[in-house]
Design a protein around this ligand. Structure first.
Ligand code: NAG
Ligand code: NAG
Ligand code: NAG
Length: 296
């Protein structure tokens, strides 16, 4: 696994009502619409892969949010056509240090006195779907959002929160269908299952999310903080330790020759290089099924 050497990612801060980001090469571009309303835009084309730079930027953002007194709402969206977050970087791997800190960072974000809002257009699969499940609220384009936990389809398991969060969101039977069926779900079905808050017609999504975020940004931080912590206390949010065994299971399965041989085959077919392959990945994985031993 590659090790990341540069952990600090510079974030752009724009305090006026403007949406022009300065650093367009950062995997997550932060725009302060106002001091209390931020946008974090996944901007790691062509797939918004969760790679080393993505995780480093995400953790820096969690730090920045937790150290800021004014922020009340953060919208997480994507500037990459067709992809919200394709999945984690399976080909190059991610530094164990970075990956190992994911759930602690996500759990910290989930407990901050700030409302997080996912605005999803395009494919949110694997780690991308887990990130959506970890945020407070989620709204998706009816026409353009697709969700999947396809890890079982390549011989692994969701190791970034899917197994811990899905049962609470959708219940036992639907979580089993999502995780073990490993197939795509459209926004309407995801909403009906309780995986996301709601599906919104694509042309209304931005306005809907902006309206919600704008309203929240006007309200009293102390009221938001109490309301959020009281809801989490009742609804529950899995503690970081609960995630460790799922993360370890993912690591163990992903280190096995069968998984690696499958990934090698998928790379040959277009994994992380071909847009058509990435869009169709839940079907493409059917070319590498079976108990193995896989050897390519
Ligand atoms: C922009 O972001 C990239 C990737 O995170 C980083 O390597 C680079 O230093 C940043 N550039 C500036 C000018 O901040
Ligand atoms: C976030 O992850 C990084 C990298 O593993 C870690 O150093 C940091 O302590 C984590 N942050 C929290 C709040 O756990
Ligand atoms: C998706 O993958 C399946 C299975 O490999 C294949 O039969 C189908 O043609 C692909 N569809 C598209 C749109 O590429």
């Amino acid at each position: 696994m590659r090790l990341l050497t540069h952990l600090s990612i510079a974030f752009t801060a724009i305090t006026a009502v403007s949406s022009k980001p300065i650093n367009t090469t950062s995997p997550i571009t932060t725009t302060k619409i106002t001091p209390s309303y931020w946008r974090a835009t996944f901007s790691n084309p062509p797939f918004n892969l969760q790679d080393n730079a993505f995780y480093a930027a995400f953790y820096a953002l969690v730090d920045e949010i937790s150290n800021d007194q004014d922020v009340k709402v953060v919208v997480f969206d994507s500037s990459v056509p067709d992809f919200y977050i394709a999945h984690f970087d399976t080909v190059n791997g991610v530094s164990t240090d970075l990956l190992g800190g994911y759930w602690a960072n996500m759990t910290k974000l989930a407990n901050l006195p700030v409302l997080t809002v996912a605005s999803i257009r395009g494919y949110a699969r694997g780690g991308g779907a887990e990130l959506v499940a970890g945020l407070d609220t989620s709204f998706a384009s009816k026409e353009k959002a697709v969700f999947a936990q396809f890890e079982v389809g390549v011989g692994a398991v969701p190791g970034g929160g899917g197994l811990a969060l899905l049962p609470g969101l959708v219940g036992r039977s639907r979580a089993l269908e999502i995780v073990i069926g490993a197939d795509d779900f459209d926004a309407d079905t995801a909403a009906q299952y309780g995986w996301i808050n709601r599906a919104v017609p694509d042309h209304k999504l931005d306005h809907f999310v902006d309206n919600l975020a704008h309203r929240v940004s006007l309200f009293d931080k102390e009221a938001i903080a109490y309301a959020k912590s009281a809801v989490i206390a009742r609804a529950g949010y899995p503690p970081a330790e609960e995630q460790q065994s799922d993360f370890a299971a993912f690591g163990k399965l992903a280190s096995q020759p069968n998984f690696q041989a499958r990934i090698a085959k998928l790379v040959e077919l277009g994994l992380q290089t071909k847009v058509a392959f990435e869009k169709n990945i839940t079907q493409e994985v059917l070319k590498t099924v079976g108990e193995g031993p896989w050897d390519v």
